[in-house]
Design a protein around this ligand. Structure first.
Ligand SMILES: Nc1ncnc2c1ncn2[C@@H]1O[C@H](COP(=O)(O)OP(=O)(O)O)[C@@H](O)[C@H]1O
Ligand SMILES: NC(=O)OP(=O)(O)O
Length: 313
């Protein structure tokens, strides 16, 4: 059976058109899980990685706002909280969607720690957008008042950006591999809880948010997946994106993708990490493929009918 690691983007978890409540997230996740269950019912074995940018940003905000009532939680703990409640929603919704298709695999979430290098340049150059969107004015005053780093996010508004080191090693990988045959595993949520390994072998959480596309790629390598599938809002990656001469791409070889990256075709913090993660998978496995497409088109893309496919040649 073909093994797929699926990375779920923001639109698979929350709707832009409604308040970011827990109930709203569950509604969106129910639809997402119907699509994932469709993939499972085609005979694919799947593992799920999800993002957490909006969620971890809001948990941090809530924690900071409530600091006079209860101590603020550190960054890594907020990441762990986001894995817990997003994983819970996916577990609940996917269990139901699978059961209605007479598939009875258990679905479970592994709180996953991800080892990063404490000297990673990401710690001095924050790039990962988290939390809500702001106007430029709001962003500038937050920058002044709270010392946040704020950046414009792919034409969609301003957001807080935080350190995003490269994921190096999945601490719980052996457990995830052991669980693969009997369960659908949700792991490396939000890219994994970022931890550094100390000289004495202990792990220590650090203030960062890892990119889930890079984490999904690392997981796909570790479980020897056949396909890395990155699901986002758009059906295809484009060059000249948002311009009158936008061209949606069916396929990119590694060389073509590298050329487009060089030209700055992909927005940092949004499409760029997806393309870079897909390139890494294609470089590691010249006979396998990475696909970037939308949730609704996932099955069509697996059948080769749409999406942007990234391969070695
Ligand atoms: N070259 C591009 N081609 C397609 N989409 C792009 C491109 N550059 C930026 N984008 C934007 O990036 C978005 C995907 O990034 P984002 O929403 O941050 O990811 P996620 O789905 O993981 O939450 C797309 O929905 C689109 O708005
Ligand atoms: N951690 C992460 O990559 O989250 P988003 O996909 O929400 O940006």
């Amino acid at each position: 059976m073909s093994k797929i690691v699926i990375a779920l983007g923001g639109n698979a978890l929350q709707s832009k058109n409604s308040a970011p409540t827990a109930e709203g997230q569950l509604e969106v996740v129910k639809n997402t899980c119907e699509r994932i269950a469709d993939i499972c019912s085609q005979g694919y074995e799947v593992a799920i990685v999800h993002g957490n940018g909006p969620q971890v940003g809001r948990i941090l905000l809530a924690s900071e706002t409530a600091k006079d009532v209860t101590p603020a939680m550190p960054f890594d703990v907020c990441g762990a909280m986001s894995q817990g409640y997003i994983g819970y929603h996916i577990q609940q919704a996917l269990r139901y969607a699978l059961n209605t298709r007479n598939i009875n695999y258990p679905v479970l979430t592994v709180a996953t720690q991800m080892i990063v290098d404490e000297k990673d340049p990401g710690f001095t150059n924050p790039t990962k957008p988290i939390g809500p969107f702001y106007t430029e004015e709001e962003a500038k005053s937050l920058q002044e008042e709270k010392g946040y780093s704020m950046k414009e996010d792919a034409g969609r508004g301003w957001r807080r950006v935080v350190a995003s080191p490269i994921p190096k090693r999945i601490v719980e990988i052996e457990a995830i591999k052991n669980l693969w045959d009997s369960s659908i595993v949700i792991s490396c949520g939000g890219g994994g809880i970022p931890v550094v390994e100390k000289m004495n072998g202990t792990l220590e959480g650090v203030a960062a948010v890892i990119d889930k596309d890079f984490a999904a790629e690392l997981l796909a390598e570790q479980v020897d997946a056949d396909t890395l599938m990155i699901l986002t809002e758009v059906e295809k990656v484009a060059i000249n994106w948002g311009k009158p001469d936008q061209k949606n791409l069916d396929h990119m070889s590694l060389a073509e993708a590298a050329q487009y990256v060089e030209e700055g075709q992909f927005a940092p913090g949004s499409m760029l990490p997806k393309v870079e993660a897909a390139m890494k998978f294609a470089r590691t496995y010249p006979n396998k493929k990475a696909i970037i497409t939308s949730l609704d088109k996932a099955i069509d893309a697996l059948e080769g009918k749409t999406g942007t496919v990234i391969t070695f040649a």
